[in-house]
Design a protein around this ligand. Structure first.
Ligand SMILES: Cc1ncc(COP(=O)(O)O)c(C=O)c1O
Length: 387
């Protein structure tokens, strides 16, 4: 039984779960004793260390269970940090004169900017693979781009704007057959679809707490046993020497609890419930604005909670400004009042009109059929008025 969420009561309909998720009250409850009572440093040699140390170990196991890993879990302070640690860490640890990295154009800035910094600062060559109209990488293009100098390939599991699922198992197989490491940013996929690092064949995988009902400021990098990384943060030997700093026990516990809830929710068919609501929303638009709705991203092979659509004749940001009862995102970025199309939609070949018309509607644990019907009503009415 999902407990009610006080943060969502009386507010606009929240359809922005890909931006961040509310903290599940059960997660907040699990972390509370580690804020209120169990304050000890897990590295201390006395009794106050015992509870925090055991709790952190339990949390690591809970996260490992979500992704089919053993104890190969390193906590970080954000998804961006986990991506930085994976990519920079693998490249620097390779100790190559002219390392080569392959990624793709619709990655999150946490990946793209890390690659750019490696180009700028560490003589790394980076290949940015293109995507097709659905936002997908062609495995043959990856195979053609691999060289003897390729140290690492980094491709996300699911895109944050369209929900497009990359063919990770195939991309990882090609990469590892070539002797390079494979990193997957699974920030948006973890908890929403089943993920198993062994089946996927990945070496490194990023998970982010605030995308799966844990607080912001906690994430995980899965590091397959035997993979060497250069740390980002040097100091004490915490997190197997890969991330110095006294552990944030409460947030680690929170992510562990969130991972366990995600395992239970997936086993319970929660992903199918959300996909059905997502499709009801899409159908609501298509039936009432015939010919004006275009799906951005693949119809199949998409996160169950994500609907990215463009509505002909309206700009996404204008539509949302007219409907403050809905909290969701557009396919554009606003810089000092100017709206520019999302680089992700642009990379998929969408023209500016269609990109600027895009809405990213993302559903989650507290989304109800009533909310979906209300969102469709309000947005359809506003779109009719605007056209
Ligand atoms: C795909 C993806 N990767 C990485 C991140 C970064 O996570 P964080 O905000 O914890 O740094 C996000 C968050 O928006 C994301 O969607």
């Amino acid at each position: 039984m999902i407990p009610a969420h006080t943060g969502l009561q009386d507010g606009p309909v929240y359809l922005d779960y890909n931006a961040t998720t509310p903290i599940d009250p059960r997660v907040a409850e699990a972390m509370r004793p580690y804020l209120a009572d169990w304050f000890g440093n897990p590295s201390s040699a006395h009794a106050y260390a015992a509870q925090p140390k055991a709790a952190l170990a339990r949390a690591r196991t809970q996260v490992a269970t979500l992704i089919g890993a053993d104890e190969e879990i390193v906590f970080t302070g954000s998804g961006s940090e986990a991506d930085n640690l994976a990519i920079r860490g693998a490249v620097l640890a390779a100790k190559s004169d002219r390392p080569h990295v392959i990624t793709q154009v619709t990655e999150h800035p946490a990946v793209l900017e890390t690659c750019r910094a490696l180009e700028r600062l560490h003589g790394t060559e980076v290949t940015y693979l293109p995507v097709d109209g659905d936002g997908l990488v062609d495995p043959a293009a990856l195979a053609a781009a691999l060289t003897e100098r390729t140290v690492l390939v980094s491709v996300m599991a699911a895109n944050n704007e369209t929900g497009a699922l990359q063919p990770i198992a195939e991309l990882a197989r090609i990469t590892r057959a070539h002797g390079a490491l494979f990193h997957c940013d699974a920030a948006q996929a973890a908890g929403k679809i089943p993920l198993n690092v062994r089946d996927l064949g990945v070496d490194l995988l990023t998970i982010v707490g605030h995308k799966m009902y844990a607080p912001k400021g906690i994430a995980v990098l899965y590091i397959r046993a035997g993979v060497a990384l250069e740390p980002l943060v040097y100091g004490g030997g915490q997190e197997r020497g890969l991330r110095a700093g006294t552990e944030n026990v409460a947030l680690g516990v929170a992510l562990g609890a969130a991972a366990q809830l995600a395992v239970e929710e997936l086993a319970d068919g929660g992903d199918r419930r959300i996909a059905a609501l997502r499709d009801r929303l899409h159908a609501g638009f298509a039936a009432r604005l015939p010919g004006r709705i275009h799906l951005n991203g693949p119809a199949d092979g998409r996160l169950p909670n994500t609907l990215n659509i463009s509505i002909d004749g309206v700009q996404g940001h204008e539509l949302l400004a007219a409907v403050p009862e809905i909290a969701t995102s557009t396919g554009s970025a606003c810089h000092s009042g100017d709206h520019t199309p999302s680089p992700v939609l642009r990379a998929m070949g969408l023209d500016d009109d269609r990109s600027l018309a895009a809405l990213r509607l993302s559903l989650g644990r507290w989304t109800t059929p009533d909310e979906i019907d209300r969102a469709a009503d309000l947005l359809v009415t506003a779109a009719r008025r605007a056209a």
